[in-house]
Design a protein around this ligand. Structure first.
Ligand SMILES: [Mn+2]
Length: 333
């Protein structure tokens, strides 16, 4: 856990600066919500740009300020120019620089003041100031504290973006890392007349038909490891193609098996062109961060992590999964 030097940052932001806000590859609601909330706040006194590595799901494109988001992949030289002229770079919702993907070199090489606001475990050392706390629900919640501590005032737009970040990273307020403080912040956001019902509708009730078709395949592929209270399901590359997969379609699929009685650990394999991308979720004590670090080349939080296998053989990967799951549980016992 790190603390930020607020008086210093306040001084730093006293006069007009060129500021870049960036976040991780394939931004989610927390990444984009936090970035836009910060953009809405700083743009009054600074020259501010949001640059994200690549495209993000359509259900985030209604966010106020969305049209100002620059996609690095599609505007490389334009974005490089902005980054190399920046005085400050804010790194939101990630703590390892590789997560900005193709932006890595330009961000790493540009010597300017860097500020990280993030809630993942084990931050790397590439920022001058770090506000990092893995016990906080979302980067958006941390950002609220950051802005509050610097005496910035929110408005309806920034409050809407912060609400989006908290809601999407907490499974609509249900995960264990939601606290009384999280709810106090939400209550403050209501002072700015946010429309929580329409935010939820925009986020969750605007799905593509391809999503439901892929969900059908996922449910058909569901495997239960009842001895270990675990579930696994998968999608093949062919399923993605046959059902006209669009980015974001599989968001949340990995959580669904957790709604079963006596299932506390869920895994989703998705076969892409260079291997199998994996999502892990758990409820309670099963530490998916450790499990993924150990056996699946990934990591994340205790109850939510990602991983990767450099193969396209789903059957072999499921076999491997069941072996290492047994091993992992034996080691813990
Ligand atoms: Mn987050």
């Amino acid at each position: 856990m790190n603390k930020i030097d607020y008086p210093f940052v306040k001084k730093l932001l006293l006069n007009k600066k060129n500021i870049v806000i960036t976040t991780h590859k394939t931004p989610d609601g927390d990444a984009l919500g936090s970035s836009l909330a910060l953009w809405h706040t700083l743009k009054k006194n600074h020259n501010v740009h949001i640059i994200v590595p690549n495209e993000y799901p359509d259900n985030l494109k209604w966010l106020p300020g969305n049209n100002n988001v620059i996609i690095y992949e599609n505007n490389k030289s334009f974005a490089d120019n902005i980054i190399t002229q920046s005085d400050i770079i804010f790194c939101l919702d990630f703590n390892k620089l590789y997560r900005v993907d193709t932006m890595f070199d330009v961000v790493a090489n540009h010597k300017c003041y860097k500020i990280m606001i993030d809630h993942h475990e084990d931050p790397d050392n590439f920022c001058d100031q770090v506000l990092s706390n893995p016990f906080i629900s979302s980067t958006a919640e941390l950002l609220y504290t950051f802005l509050f501590s610097l005496d910035y005032k929110l408005n309806k737009n920034s409050a809407t973006c912060i609400y989006t970040g908290i809601v999407t990273d907490t499974g609509s307020m249900r995960y264990p890392n939601v606290t009384r403080h999280t709810h106090l912040i939400i209550s403050e956001l209501f002072n700015f007349k946010i429309n929580h019902s329409s935010i939820h509708q925009n986020l969750f009730d605007t799905q593509n038909k391809s999503r439901l078709s892929l969900l059908k395949v996922c449910l058909e592929n569901l495997k239960l490891f009842t001895n270990h209270k675990a579930a696994l399901t998968f999608l093949r590359e062919k399923d993605l193609i046959d059902n006209s997969y669009q980015k974001g379609d599989t968001e949340g699929f990995v959580n669904m098996p957790l709604s079963l009685k006596n299932i506390e650990f869920s895994t989703l394999f998705i076969e892409f062109k260079d291997g199998i991308k994996i999502s892990f979720r758990s409820q309670g004590e099963f530490n998916v961060n450790l499990f993924s670090q150990k056996y699946f080349n990934g990591g994340g939080h205790k109850n939510a992590a990602g991983g990767f296998l450099n193969t396209k053989n789903i059957e072999e990967s499921i076999e491997y999964f069941s072996i290492v799951l047994q091993k992992f549980i034996n080691e813990k016992a």
